[in-house]
Design a protein around this ligand. Structure first.
Ligand SMILES: [Zn+2]
Length: 312
């Protein structure tokens, strides 16, 4: 009798674990059905969608705060979230190569899929390592304010498609947000035109090709296009030499990654370290405190002005 009871309890426990695991794995997110439900991949898209959708939208960030974005792969839960959304916004195929498979495998034909890069101007990838694949484009399009305006427009178009009755509301929000992006662009252009130094040494991956081109700065990144491509010992020696030869006083480090490369360069050269965030994603505490894309861009400009010794 006791043995039967133990088997029964064991069976019940196994059943409960299986049910819970299944439920957890395929649970659709708890999104507000009275609002336009939007799921976005990266943080800038999330923030653009929140600014444009305002109180009409329930916007979710697919990447958990703090997670590195280049090697993100959506889980079954993420698939459920995308499938249950009214709008799914991804950056573009060079940032999220997995998006194409998702789109092909979507079971919910009602989800409007937005490739935010549609209409943006792309620049070719610059790889630090000679053995990296060539021929693709730099995926960090949101760091070019012209492209950011186009991305915001693509997101607004999706809102208007799903909720035409409130088109004026989305148009107004888009126009307001685009105006602020234009102001930021002008602030960057003015401030970065008057700097003693023009060279950004980045102890991270090659994320700032767009701003470097836009504001005529030189840019050297220790890693390739993705945060896991480690610089070789030779690369590090070259970088140390570059910093010393050019009398560079400040180097920059990236967000959400170990700053060990920047720390090594700093230790070897005496150059001080400043944060330059490419805003792919934000930390849990920044997310919870409601940090914005523009606040990150503001802080970047502040640090660039220090690091490049600008007049303003
Ligand atoms: Zn990146």
């Amino acid at each position: 009798m006791k043995k039967v009871f133990v088997i029964f309890v064991l069976a019940a426990v196994i059943f409960a674990v299986v049910v819970l695991a299944f439920k957890n794995r395929f649970a659709a997110p708890d999104m507000n059905p009275d609002k336009i439900r939007v799921v976005t991949t990266l943080f800038p898209l999330y923030d653009f969608a929140k600014n444009i959708g305002g109180g009409m939208a329930d916007v979710r960030l697919l990447l958990p705060p703090g997670v590195e974005s280049h090697h993100f792969e959506p889980s079954p839960n993420d698939m459920a979230a995308i499938n249950s959304a009214d709008i799914f916004v991804y950056t573009g195929k060079f940032m999220e190569p997995w998006a194409e498979d998702i789109i092909n495998g979507m079971s919910n034909a009602k989800t409007l899929i937005v490739d935010s890069s549609d209409g943006t101007v792309l620049i070719p990838s610059v790889f630090h390592d000679a053995d990296e694949p060539a021929g693709s484009f730099d995926p960090h399009i949101w760091l070019d304010f012209d492209n950011a305006r186009i991305m915001a427009r693509n997101i607004a178009a999706a809102f208007k498609n799903k909720d035409g009755a409130n088109s004026d509301f989305y148009d107004k929000n888009l126009s307001d947000y685009q105006n602020v992006l234009t102001l930021f662009d002008e602030k960057y252009r003015t401030a970065l035109a008057g700097c003693a130094a023009k060279e950004i040494i980045y102890g991270g991956h090659y994320a700032f090709g767009y701003p470097a081109k836009r504001y005529a700065l030189e840019y050297t990144a220790a890693q390739g296009l993705s945060p896991d491509s480690e610089p070789s010992a030779g690369d590090m020696v070259d970088l140390v030499k570059q910093i010393k030869d050019n009398n560079i006083k400040y180097i920059f480090y990236e967000e959400l990654a170990s700053p060990s490369i920047a720390e090594t360069l700093s230790r070897e050269t005496g150059a001080k370290m400043l944060l330059l965030s490419a805003a792919h994603n934000v930390s849990k505490s920044d997310f919870e405190s409601g940090i914005s894309f523009l606040a990150i861009m503001e802080n970047n400009l502040k640090n660039l002005k220090v690091g490049l010794e600008c007049d303003e």
